[in-house]
Design a protein around this ligand. Structure first.
Ligand SMILES: [Zn+2]
Length: 83
């Protein structure tokens, strides 16, 4: 998905999935803020997008036989749920 964000974009670096800008596990706080703003009004689209990102991350993070990170759902999905 392309964006029109003109400020520095907080994107993940594969395969580590840390933010390119702040080196925090992606999505970092800034990325979350940007995503919530970008997908405002389209929470189901955001959920689908984040699901795809989570499975990409799961694939990358376990591609050398590592255990599945336990917090992926919290990290990628749960913060974006609308209440
Ligand atoms: Zn960041």
């Amino acid at each position: 998905m392309t964006t029109t964000v003109q400020s520095v974009e907080h994107l993940h670096a594969r395969p580590a999935w840390d933010c390119l800008v702040c080196n925090q596990p992606w999505p970092c706080a800034n990325a979350k803020t940007n995503l919530l703003s970008e997908f405002r009004g389209f929470p189901s689209v955001l959920a689908i997008y984040l699901n795809g990102q989570m499975y990409d991350a799961l694939h990358d993070l376990t591609s050398h036989g590592e255990l599945t990170p336990a917090d992926l759902y919290e990290r990628f999905i749960s913060w974006a749920r609308v209440n």
